[in-house]
Structure formats: C-alpha cells, structure tokens
Design a protein around this ligand. Structure first.
Ligand SMILES: O=C(O)CCC(=O)C(=O)O
Ligand SMILES: [Fe+2]
Length: 366
C-alpha cells in the first residue's frame, strides 16, 4: 500500500533531547557581585539600568560596559541579571559592533548554549553588508524606503504601536538567547523602545489558563521577511547561526510556555510578530486565544518598561523571556542602530520549572 501523505508541519523536539544538547550553565559560577555598582530597576516587572555616576541616594560606584567586557566574572553576573530582569541598560556605553557580537556570544556561552549555536545571520542580511553578516542594521530608512517622502497621510499609514511586539527571530528552529542593540543615529526625540516581561505575562494568568497553555505548541513564521525577500527578489540567507537554522520557509514550532534555562522560570512564548497559530486548537480557537495573549502583553503597561535612547545607550535583553517593540514616531530623520543576536538553545517547556513570582516569593521567605 502506498504510504499516506502526512502534512509536513515540523514537530516540537522532546524536552530531554534539547536539554541533553545544552552545555553547562556557568552564569552562577565564579560570578561577580554586580549589586555593589550603582543601578536601579526601571519597573518592578522588568529592566535594570546601571547608573553613569553615583547620586546622593545611590553612592555606589559606576560600572562600565568596558569593565564588564574585560572581566568574565562580571560577564557571568551580567548574563544572570539580564535573564532575571529581561533587559539591562547601560548609558554612555562606548561599544563597537564587533564588541556587541562578543558580548552576546559570551553571555550565551556562559549560559550553556549548544556548541553549534553561534551568532544569528538575519535572513535578509545581504552578503558583504556594512558590519558583516552577524550585525543587523536597524533603520527606519527601510520603513521609508530611504526617501523620507512624507505627506499628510504618513502618520495614518503607520502600524499601531501594539502591532510591533515580538521577540527576535522566533521563526528559527533555534532562536535567540541574548541580543544587544545600540541606536547610533538618534532622533532628538522619539524612537523609544519598549520591553515587556514574559515571566510576568505568564504570572498574571490565572492558574487554570496557565495549566491549559503549558500543554500547547505554536507555529512561528517569519512571513514579514519572506514577503520582503520576494519584494526585493532576494533569497533568504541559509545557515543562520545554527545547523538547524536553514531553509527558505522560516517556519517552526515552539512551546507556548517556555522555560528559561538560566533562571528556571516559566514565560509566555508567543508573540504577535511571528506566532501564527496554536497547533492543538481549531483555527478559530487559536485566533481567539492568540489575540488574547498578544493583547495581554501589549495592554498591560505595568509589565513593561519604555526606554529613551541617548548617545551611547546600550540595551541587552534575553529573547527567551521578554518581548520588545519599537516606536515608529519619527518621520523626517534617520534613526539607525546595530544589533547583534546570539543563538541559544531550542525552546523547551520543563514541567518542573517554576513561576518567577512563586520562586522570588519563596526566596524572600527563606
Ligand atoms: O528599533 C528598535 O527600537 C527595536 C528593533 C528591534 O526589534 C530589534 O533590534 O530587535
Ligand atoms: Fe527585535
């Protein structure tokens, strides 16, 4: 009998197989204590910012990104902080695009990423691009086709801010752990970036909803980049930072709730940018649940932080446990930056993992 044709939707890899490929977690080992440096949490849910100089209320010395880059003990502590807080900011951080690459790659390695996970090459990065394959240039010129031809309808053509929420490259089989961004050409005002905590998004769901979501998986697709590739008549790049990140379809399946291997905390892992449907549900159920979850992230501004860029500001985030969104509110001027994205491990849900709130609560009581 001829074999029955089976739909070729990729299947999720079992947790044990993924965990077996993950290296030793070294972020807690021989790590420095960064709490001795001036810093504050931007919001209770997410974001920690290092101060440039002591203040009256915070007399601790400043920590520079140069010191961190020169000292593996500090890098390990930074990686843990980024994974716990979702995003960490430095001001007056002079860092080259090459150093950005070293930074996120080392954070990933100390975090135990598989040996064959390197740095992401974006599907639309053209060979021979300005800063090499492993730096994405983030520019509003792409939105304006480089011409800045404005008319009175331009603001009406913008997508709504809430449409921008995503975590990076979740259409890859092996997406990102750490990423860093520096906006190098700045508007005087505008172009802020927002981050939201995926841990807190999970923690703010009721227990029955949490349980329900934990059994589900979702299809992620980089449709926006496929559309752009066909418009520009280019092929998407192959070999994008992992032997598993190949092919032209930019489509994969990930668990809806993901465990962060560094913190052991559960986070919501669907995003409006790339998550297309929940595999186990009917199309209308999937649409309704995803819409609720996307709105849950965008509408709860108390799980977010909004960051205003200045010259030499640096953001470092953990894509496994946070979402972010650009703000398209600058029209006539260039806003341009460099981003480096480390490839981490294949996403998994570990049923033994904890909620951030429960874990921090237990630690506070201990
Ligand atoms: O331009 C921004 O503010 C953020 C862009 C972005 O999504 C990224 O760098 O991953
Ligand atoms: Fe992004």
């Amino acid at each position: 009998m001829a074999p029955v044709a089976v739909a070729t939707t990729p299947t999720a890899t079992p947790v044990d197989v993924i965990k077996a490929g993950v290296g030793a977690l070294n972020l807690g080992v021989e790590a420095a204590d960064l709490s001795v440096y001036g810093q504050f949490n931007n919001t209770p849910a997410t974001g920690t910012e290092f101060r440039v100089a002591p203040t009256k209320g915070d007399t601790r010395p400043a920590l520079t990104i140069k010191e961190v880059l020169a000292d593996d003990a500090k890098l390990k502590a930074l990686g843990r902080l980024v994974s716990e807080r979702g995003v960490v900011f430095f001001r007056e951080a002079e860092i080259t695009p090459d150093e950005q690459k070293v930074l996120v790659d080392k954070l990933g390695k100390f975090g135990g990423k598989p040996a064959d996970s390197t740095l992401h090459i974006h599907p639309l990065t053209l060979p021979g691009s300005q800063h090499g394959d492993e730096i994405s240039v983030i520019s509003n010129q792409f939105v304006f086709d480089g011409k800045f031809k404005l008319d009175e309808k331009t603001p009406l053509k913008r997508v709504r801010g809430a449409q921008q929420w995503h975590s990076d490259i979740t259409f890859e089989n092996v997406p990102s752990d750490y990423a860093s961004l520096v906006i190098r050409t700045l508007p005087q005002v505008g172009g802020d970036t927002l981050w939201a905590s995926a841990y807190e998004a999970y923690d703010r769901l009721s227990a029955p909803t949490q349980k329900y979501l934990e059994g589900l998986t979702a299809v992620h697709k980089g449709q926006v980049f496929l559309d752009l590739a066909s418009k520009l008549k280019v092929e998407v790049r192959e070999h994008r930072g992992s032997p598993q990140n190949i092919g032209q379809d930019l489509e994969t399946i990930h668990p809806v709730v993901r465990t962060n291997p560094v913190t052991g905390w559960k986070g919501l892992f669907v995003n409006r940018g790339f998550t297309k449907r929940i595999v186990e549900l009917s199309p209308s159920e999937s649409d309704a649940i995803l819409e609720f979850l996307f709105d849950h992230v965008a509408a709860n501004h108390d799980i977010q932080v909004r960051f205003r860029w200045e010259e030499n500001s640096l953001a470092i985030w953990d894509n496994r446990s946070s979402f972010h969104a650009a703000t398209q509110d600058v029209d006539g001027v260039t806003r341009e930056g460099t981003r480096s994205v480390s490839i981490g491990e294949r996403p998994y849900f570990d049923p033994a993992s904890k909620s951030r709130r429960a874990d921090l609560g237990a630690r506070a009581l201990a």
